[in-house]
Design a protein around this ligand. Sequence first.
Ligand code: GLU
Length: 272
Amino acid sequence: MKIERFAPSPTGLLHLGHAYSALLAYSSAVQSGGKLLLRIEDIDQVRCREIYVDQILDDLKWLGIKYETPILKQSSRFPDYEKTLQSLWNNNYLFSCDCSRKDINIASAPNETPLFGPDGIIYPNTCLNKLKTKKMPETALRLNLYNLDKDNFSFFDEAYGKISFTKEEAINQIGSVILARKDIGISYHLSVVLDDAFQGITHVTRGEDLLDATKIHVILQHILKLPTPVYHHHKLIKDEFGKRLAKRDDARSIKSYRESGYLLKQISKMLN
Ligand code: GLU
């Protein structure tokens, strides 16, 4: 019995890619006799809008997707995130970083082609060895992968099978990602891991663009002694030029299909 979730951020209209993910998660949960939970990922209170939450609920209704209530909003979870950050800080899994994007670009410039990880250019570790204060600072906080007590990681993916990776690969291909953004005090990676565990999620269905992010999540689950769900990284829905859809692309939003009289059947066909 699968407990799946759909976890959109209300920063714009959902598009066909979201519909695909949500329908896949829902049908997989239902087929197993399980359920789908809905989580609104609204940690970025500047970019998130209540109007988009309403749109998400309308879209899901139109798509025929049923979810359990109450809906979890990440904005209600800040105190729990803070507690975990504090314990990661105390255990030397975090370091403080005050580099701007420009600093990172300059520090990476000597490399012929800077390597990109799930969050952009891989952080050149400028601040890694900065003296650590006892009190957790209010800067950005990055994950210190060098302190990991394990060299090999793996998880199971319903599309790819077993995926294994090493600590060294994570250091070189992902790097010291941000776990607490200076402006909002938390990041996607940490909140998603904590909430998947909090909601008892057994199966995560998401786009294959998140494969590297999942590796960070698996590492965080190990550090925090949380269970690792089964993942399903699915193909991305692209436009006719082969470009993946973005929230800016209003023409392909579920809302616009809904309002121009498309039938769910037509949408399902487009997604196959
Ligand atoms: N809020 C994320 C998104 O909308 C969730 C992705 C995930 O963790 O599966 O892309």
